[in-house]
Design a binder for this molecule. Structure first.
Ligand code: TRP
Length: 371
C-alpha cells in the first residue's frame, strides 16, 4: 500500500479551497467526490480506518450513515481496519458497563453486515498497547487551546452524564489520531461530527513529519470520506440514538421493528409527501423505506399517495424487515458460536498489534528514543 493519496488536479483544487484550520463540510464533500473517483481507479492505494464506541448495538442510523460504506469500500478492494474504541467509552462516563458484551455485539454487527475478517481487521484499543503509546508524542504536538476549540468535544461535554469533565474528554481526539495513524490509514469514512477530529489528525501527522521526519513523511495526512446518505431521524423525530429508545437496531427482531415503526411519530396530513423541511418525521420514514428499497423517498411517497400514515408504516416495516433479513440471519448464525467470535477478534488484535509495533518502532527511531 502506498501511504500517500495520489493527488489529481481536481484534488489539488479541492485541497486548496480548504480552510487551514477547520475542514468545512462543503470542502469535505467536494474532496469526497474526488476521492471516490480515485478509489474506483485504484483501490489498492487506500487504507481505511474507522470505528465505533462499544456502548450498545448498532442501529439503522449507523448503518446507512457509515457502516454500509465500509463494506462497500471493502468490496471495492480497499484495505479496512475497524477499531472498537473501548477507551473512548470512558470520555463521558465514569465506568464502561458490560464492556465485553458490547464489544462482542459490535463484532457481531460488523460480521453480519459483511465485514470479512479474512480481508479486514477488527480490533480493540485495549489490546494494542503500541497504538496507545503513540498518544504521548502526539499530545506534545497539539496546544491546549486547539483541544479546547473542538466543537464535537464541546457538544459531548454539554451532554455528558459526569459532574466533572475528565482529561480524557479533552484529549480523546488525539487518541483518535493514534487510531488512524498507527496503521497509516489515508482514508476515514465518517459523519460530519467527526470532521474536527480528522482535521486534528491531519495536523498531528503534518507536525510530526515536520518535526521528526527529516524530510520524509512518517505519516500520511488522511482524508475524510463523507457518506452521501442524508441523516435518518429516530422514530420520535429526533436524532436516532440508542439512549433515546428511538432506534431500530440491526439485531432487532421483525416484531420489534414493527412495534417501533408503529409507534413512530408522523403528522395529521393524509397525503404522504417527501418534504424534510416541513414534514421531518414522515420524510425520514420515507427516506428509510427508500434506502431499503434502493429507490428515492419521492418514489416511495408516490406509491402511498393518500393512503395515510398507517400505509406508510406498513411499507416501512416491510422494507426494513426484508432488507435486514439476511443481515439478521447472519448475525444469529455468528452469535451461536462465541468462541469463534472471540477467535476472530483475537486474530484482528494480533494483526493490529503487529502493525502498531512496526509504527511505534519507526516513531521511536524518528524521535531518537531507541535505547
Ligand atoms: N469517535 C467515533 C464515534 O464516536 C469512534 C471512533 C474512535 C472513530 N476512533 C475512531 C471513528 C477513528 C473514526 C476513526 O463514533
Amino acid at each position: 500500500m502506498n501511504s500517500a493519496v495520489p493527488q489529481t488536479e481536481d484534488a489539488g483544487a479541492a485541497a486548496s479551497a480548504r480552510p487551514t484550520d477547520v475542514l468545512g463540510t462543503s470542502a469535505a464533500q467536494a474532496r469526497s467526490a474526488v476521492l471516490e473517483e480515485l478509489i474506483r481507479k485504484d483501490p489498492g492505494q487506500f487504507r481505511v480506518l474507522t470505528g465505533d464506541r462499544p456502548t450498545g448495538r448498532l442501529h439503522l442510523g449507523h448503518f446507512f450513515g457509515t457502516l454500509h460504506n465500509r463494506v462497500r469500500l471493502q468490496e471495492l478492494g480497499v484495505e479496512l481496519f475497524v477499531v472498537i474504541a473501548d477507551y473512548q467509552v470512558l470520555t463521558d462516563r465514569d465506568v464502561a458497563d458490560n464492556l465485553l458484551q458490547h464489544v462482542e455485539e459490535l463484532v457481531l454487527d460488523y460480521l453480519a453486515i459483511g465485514v470479512d475478517p479474512a480481508r479486514s481487521t477488527i480490533f480493540t484499543h485495549g489490546a494494542v498497547p503500541a497504538l496507545n503509546q503513540l498518544m504521548l508524542p502526539f499530545l506534545s504536538l497539539v496546544s491546549v487551546s486547539e483541544l479546547n476549540r473542538n466543537p464535537t468535544v464541546k457538544d459531548e461535554i454539554s451532554h455528558s452524564r459526569q459532574s466533572a469533565v475528565s482529561g480524557l474528554m479533552f484529549t480523546y481526539p488525539v487518541h483518535q489520531a493514534a487510531d488512524i495513524l498507527f496503521c497509516k490509514a489515508n482514508l476515514v469514512p465518517v459523519g460530519q461530527d467527526q470532521l474536527p477530529h480528522l482535521e486534528l489528525t491531519r495536523t498531528i501527522a503534518r507536525r510530526f513529519n515536520d518535526r521528526y521526519g527529516c524530510g520524509k513523511a512518517v505519516f500520511p495526512q488522511p482524508d475524510a470520506l463523507l457518506s452521501s446518505a442524508p441523516l435518518l431521524l429516530g422514530t420520535d423525530g429526533t436524532k436516532m440514538s440508542k439512549s433515546r429508545n428511538n432506534a431500530i437496531t440491526l439485531a432487532a427482531t421483525a416484531d420489534e421493528t414493527a412495534r417501533l415503526v408503529k409507534g413512530a411519530k408522523t403528522d395529521s396530513e393524509r397525503h404522504i409527501s417527501y418534504d424534510p423541511a416541513t414534514r421531518p418525521e414522515v420524510s425520514s420514514l420515507l427516506l428509510l423505506a427508500g434506502l431499503c428499497q434502493g429507490r428515492t423517498p419521492e418514489q416511495v411517497a408516490a406509491d402511498i399517495g393518500s393512503a395515510g400514515a398507517a400505509a406508510l408504516k406498513k411499507v416501512v416495516t416491510e422494507s426494513v424487515n426484508e432488507y435486514l433479513a439476511p443481515i439478521r440471519a447472519r448475525r444469529a448464525e455468528y452469535g451461536q458460536d462465541r468462541a469463534h467470535l472471540r477467535a476472530i477478534l483475537g486474530e484482528g488484535n494480533e494483526r493490529a498489534r503487529a502493525v502498531a509495533d512496526a509504527t511505534l518502532a519507526e516513531v521511536r527511531a524518528a524521535m531518537n528514543t531507541c535505547y
